[in-house]
Structures are given as C-alpha cells and as structure tokens.
Ligand binder design. Sequence first.
Ligand code: BV8
Length: 259
Amino acid sequence: MELEAHIRQAVRAFDQAQLVAVSSGAGMSKESGIATFREAQTGLWSQYDPEDLGTPQAFRRNPDFVWKWYMHRFGLISSAKPHAGHYAVAEMETLFPKVVVLTQNIDGLHTAAGSTDVVELHGNFHRFKCFANCQGNPTLVDLNVLQHDAEHAPHCPHCGDLIRPDVVWFGEMLPETALERAFDVAAECAVMLVVGTSGIVQPAASLPYQAKRHGAVVVEVNLEPSGITPVADIFLQGAAGQVLPALVTALRASREQQI
Ligand code: BV8
C-alpha cells in the first residue's frame, strides 16, 4: 500500500482517541539540522562512538574532552528551529483531548514548536548542573553567569565539582518521574505515534511495546524499518517533516467531515 493509503488507515486508528502518545527520537530533529545520534559524529568526532563519550566515566576521565564534544553539539542544537513535523505534533493538541510527547531528544524543539506536555526522557541540553548535585537533585547552574569556554568544563560555584549538561548519560538512570509518567502514558494511550527512533536505546525503546501490550495502536514514522517496526500496526515510511504534516492534515479533514 502506498503512503496515502497507510495514512488513511492511521486516521481510522486515531478516531475517537482520548489520549495520544507521541514517542520521538533523533530522527524527529534531523530536518531541523541536528544529526541523529548515530550520525552526530562528524569531522573531529567521527572517530568516536557517542556511547563512549556520553557516559559519566568518560566525563570524569577526561572532562574537557567530553565538554568540548558537548559544546560542539550545543552549537549545532542551539541554532536549530522546529520544522513542520514538530508543528504538526503540536497541532495534534487541537484534535485530541490529550496529547503527551515522550521524547528521547534533548534539543527542546517539541516545546519550542508549541507542544504543551513534553516528557524529556534524556534531559535537556539547555540546562547545566553540578555533577555532585551538591544543593539537591538537580543543582542547576546558569552557564551565562559562570566563567566558562568551549574548551574547559567549568566548576560548581558551590562545591567546586565539575559542571555537566543536564542530560542522561549511558549507564545513568532516567529521571524517575519522567520514566514513570512515560510508562503510565504508554499504558493508557489509545494510539502511540513513534517517530524517528531506531528503537535501540533502553528503556525508551520499550515504550511502544508497553503501549502495544496495553491495547494501543502503534503507528511508526521512519525513513526505514527500525527496532520498533515489529510492534507497529501501521508503518508510515518517510521523513518526519513530510509525513507528520500529511497525517495531521488528514486527521483534521476527517474531523471536519464528522462535524
Ligand atoms: C539505563 C542523552 C539503567 C545524551 C542519550 C550496559 C551498561 C549500561 C547500560 C546498558 C548496557 N546495556 C544496555 C544498557 C542500557 C543503555 C542502552 O540502551 N544502551 C544501548 C546502546 C544498548 N541505556 C542506558 O544506559 C540508559 N540508562 O538503562 O539506566 C541502567 C543503568 C546501569 C546499567 C544498566 C541499566 C540511558 C540511556 C540514555 C542515553 N542518553 N541521550 C546525549 O544525547 O548526549 S541516548 C541518545 O541516543 C538519544 O537521546 C537517543 O535516545 C539515542 C539515539 O537513539 P535514536 O533517538 O533512536 O536515534 P538513532 O540515531 O539511533 O536513530 C535515528 C532514527 O531516526 C533511525 O531509525 C532513522 O532511520 C530515523 N530517521 C532519520 N532521519 C529521519 C528519521 N525518521 C524520520 N524522519 C527523518 N527525517
């Protein structure tokens, strides 16, 4: 079946949904110019595996090196803008009683596009904190106030420990409240729209399986099959920035016909 037929199938699946979950990965931000996690390694960084850089051990071992990698990515992310796909997800809030975005992305683009209920599973790149969380979890610091540069990880003004991005590294637990809410939403949603994830990183990759186990319809948007495709009821092959606006246009048209 071609994409249009699959979108019509998806529109029927969304019908009467009270709670819609949207689970997004790095592919959701690709058309905003942010390389996916696996492609993030360009130029100097191409010889390093992100899973070897994004860990607390790597940061402790060589803080300035990991800091430089983050400042490199921060430069890419901070100039990124939401694309039509982000805005389409935000518009879904006008079509359904409740839409919750469960994102693995740390770029803040869903919120920037207007989504009002976003669960950030892996933190947010615009926040920085004391590694020791010396004033409580998290001990956030304002990077603009701290003397810092792109070459050296700054130090906490309270305790002197290293300052780090407020993101979840490999081997670290996800924020408890975010994780709990994500699994609750996955268990209660009528439809889970899964966008731009390879379905490799856990526990985020388990959310569509949780949704399916609890009777949700799983609709996947990806350029190619992923670790989620085996559990997807409907696979919309294509780029998020193209497929999501087409899906929302069809959902809106279907809603208008019902009025
Ligand atoms: C945890 C923030 C409990 C940082 C990220 C051994 C030791 C320790 C842990 C583990 C272990 N074995 C397994 C684990 C668990 C580990 C894990 O899952 N590892 C994987 C590699 C097997 N997980 C963890 O460590 C998590 N914590 O489990 O705690 C624990 C603790 C100790 C020991 C055991 C368990 C923490 C994981 C969070 C890591 N932090 N990000 C930062 O970004 O700097 S992960 C990071 O990578 C992203 O946030 C994202 O989650 C992930 C990348 O995945 P995707 O988003 O799927 O992106 P990817 O590039 O893979 O795929 C892109 C997709 O988009 C593709 O399918 C592509 O086709 C598609 N696409 C591309 N363009 C488009 C598109 N689709 C649509 N449109 C397009 N235009």
